[in-house]
Write a protein that binds this ligand. Structure first.
Ligand code: SAH
Ligand code: SF4
Ligand code: F3S
Length: 447
């Protein structure tokens, strides 16, 4: 069989540059893309000005995520004017959502959705003399299980492993089920092989990724079992996971997190809203009380667990009371860290079609600011509780301010900065917390 690679055998390697927007899944996908290209006569080029191929791996979650990319395309137009042969590709969720429309920008040569990355070499090869290339087919099976990601986003210590793709929860506000397609889980053997390989290469922390990672299931292996299998690879390998949906946060999963010291004591559990009226309109499939009871179950089994969340301010018809319910739920759950957003209506979603985006923008902003202020207070309170305690910190690098200052994370995913000339990136260090802000812990090495 003549493959594309054979056709190119006499050609010089082309340099590709890739820029990633959006969630961790997209960062993980960029590593799969890098692998596909590297195996097909491209090489990673970190300098955008030297690249023959520029790829933007994009996000559609909110309007401002898309605007960022449209602005970037304006800049790329200049690069293209300077270099006629330059190929510009738009990948990821915007490719899937906006499809051919993206060619209208006049700068894009290639549009490829999240399930078509294996085809990239062929698509790129078909771009000649003004031809455009396009593939936005979604798949019910693709998990890229056999592709060995090229770690382009790494510090050599932490890595992502995608264990499932897609989402079919259809939260009414969310574009992901449309851009990522059906939920599908990856064969556990391939996940284990990837995790073992990373550990043997010196990686110390892996994050298992999926849009709803805790609904992972393959034959008879569910997420708690998979977590236990990965945790048993080696006690010196830290395991994290993201993102979990509250409806699938089982007692079994909590028990596995509690049982393995190397499974990090940090759970990202998006709340979205503390009002039952909003949760129902959002199609989140749980109530405020249910969420809070899951949080209680976590704290009961894992008293030192950190809980982080996502909050949307100003969803359709949200009243001041609904907003207050969100604030009180955040307090009750003692949220350690949060990602907070203003509601952004996405075309084609149930909310866009059946509800009205009727909270004025200034009210959304005000509510968001209140949510952010409360979270700062909660994060500070959470950090203050750590004062005087000793944590095992995995060193990720030197601090931006000084090379004698190391920075790393606790199992609870909190950033710690401390002075130390003995240790280096990848070491586990016992650190006593001596000071904190709402965003960072400061400490000293325990000798
Ligand atoms: N799969 C994850 C979240 C994926 S998107 C989960 O269900 O928890 C990350 C976050 O973006 C969501 O949790 C939500 O808070 C936010 N988000 C999603 N759609 C949004 C929209 N239309 N407007 C504002 N925020 C949104
Ligand atoms: Fe979006 Fe809901 Fe799926 Fe998360 S679970 S990706 S918020 S539809
Ligand atoms: Fe964005 Fe797509 Fe992730 S919409 S958040 S890049 S799944």
């Amino acid at each position: 069989m003549i493959t594309f690679a054979d056709d190119l055998i006499c050609m010089e390697k082309k340099g590709f540059y890739i820029e990633t927007y959006g969630c961790q899944m997209n960062f993980s996908d960029s590593e799969i893309i890098a692998s596909v290209l590297k195996n097909n006569f491209f090489e990673f080029e970190p300098d955008i000005n030297k690249a023959d191929l520029i790829l933007l791996n994009t996000c559609s979650i909110r309007d401002n995520a898309e605007q960022k990319v449209f602005n970037r395309l304006k800049h790329l137009k200049f690069l293209k004017k300077k270099n006629n042969g330059l190929i510009i590709g738009l990948l990821g969720c915007m490719a899937e959502r906006l499809k051919e429309e993206l060619f209208a920008e006049g700068v894009v040569d290639l549009v490829a959705g999240p399930d078509s990355y294996r085809e990239l070499p062929q698509l790129i090869a078909s771009i000649q003399g003004g031809n455009k290339a396009f593939n936005v087919m979604l798949s019910a099976e693709e998990t890229y299980a056999d592709i060995n990601p090229v770690r382009i986003n790494t510090n050599g210590i932490s890595a992502f492993i995608s264990i499932m793709r897609g989402c079919q929860n259809f939260c009414s506000y969310c574009v992901v089920p449309f851009t990522r397609g059906k939920e599908r889980s990856r064969e556990p053997e391939t996940i284990m092989a990837e995790a073992k390989k990373l550990f043997s290469e010196g990686f110390k922390e892996i994050t298992l990724l999926g849009q709803n990672v805790n609904s992972y299931t393959y034959n008879n292996i569910g997420f708690p079992k998979l977590m236990a299998m990965v945790a048993e690879i080696n006690p010196a390998l830290r395991i994290r996971f993201a993102t979990s949906h509250p409806k699938d946060l089982s007692d079994d999963l909590i028990a596995v997190i509690a049982a393995y010291p190397n499974i990090c004591k940090a759970i990202h559990l998006p709340l979205q809203s503390g009002s039952d009226t909003m949760l129902k309109l959002m199609n989140r499939k749980y109530t405020r009380d249910y969420y809070l009871s899951r949080v209680e179950a976590i704290y009961k089994a894992i008293p030192d667990c950190a809980i982080s969340t996502d909050i949307i301010a100003g969803f359709c018809s949200e009243t001041e009371q609904d907003h207050q319910d969100t604030l009180s739920a955040m307090r009750e759950a003692k949220i350690d860290y949060a990602f907070m957003f203003k509601y952004s209506q996405r075309e084609g979603t149930k909310a866009a079609e059946t509800l009205t985006d009727d909270v004025p923008d200034d009210v959304k902003t005000q509510r968001l600011n209140e949510i952010i202020a409360l979270q700062q207070e909660l994060s500070l309170a959470s950090n203050k509780k750590d004062l005087g305690k000793v944590f095992e910190v995995l060193v990720e690098g030197t601090s931006k301010r000084s090379s004698r200052q190391l920075t790393g994370r606790t199992s609870q995913n909190k950033v710690v900065v401390f002075t130390d000339s003995e240790h280096t990136t990848g070491d586990y260090v016992q650190v006593r917390i001596t000071d904190c802000t709402s965003g960072t812990l400061k400490g000293e090495v325990v000798v």
